[in-house]
Design a protein around this ligand. Structure first.
Ligand SMILES: [Zn+2]
Length: 123
């Protein structure tokens, strides 16, 4: 069973990890306490490829405090190859060229002691 902090530690190293329910085989990311499908707690750790496609995105033009220099940037919901979806910030893709169905690759966004989920152009 991978904890949320272990999930971000792995992400910081560039490894995206999901958990699979040992009871009903549902995949979840980021880690949850109980399986949302069957309410069991039988998680197994599953490494993910980190590849996926954009299913929706929003361009943030007015950034939250402390991120003004980064705006505009996009936040996208990405459906990973393994079938789970994850929200992340888009990096290195111009916001005007973003499209639904576009292929992207996981990229950790490391800032000091904080790691966030990012997605960049497909390799
Ligand atoms: Zn389950």
């Amino acid at each position: 069973m991978i904890s949320l902090s272990a999930f971000f530690d792995e992400a910081r190293q560039g490894h995206l990890t999901a958990i699979r329910c040992g009871h009903c085989a549902k995949l979840a990311i980021p880690p949850k306490d109980l399986c949302p499908a069957c309410r069991k707690r039988e998680w197994q750790t599953v490494p993910l490829q980190g590849t996926g496609t954009i299913t929706s995105f929003t361009v943030i033009r007015v950034a939250p405090r402390g991120r003004a220099a980064a705006a505009p940037y996009a936040v996208a919901l990405v459906r990973l190859t393994e079938g789970v979806s994850l929200l992340g910030r888009i990096v290195d893709i111009p916001t005007e060229s973003l499209a639904i169905g576009q292929a992207v690759t996981f990229r950790p966004l490391v800032e000091a002691n904080h790691t966030a989920i990012g997605f960049g152009p497909a390799a």
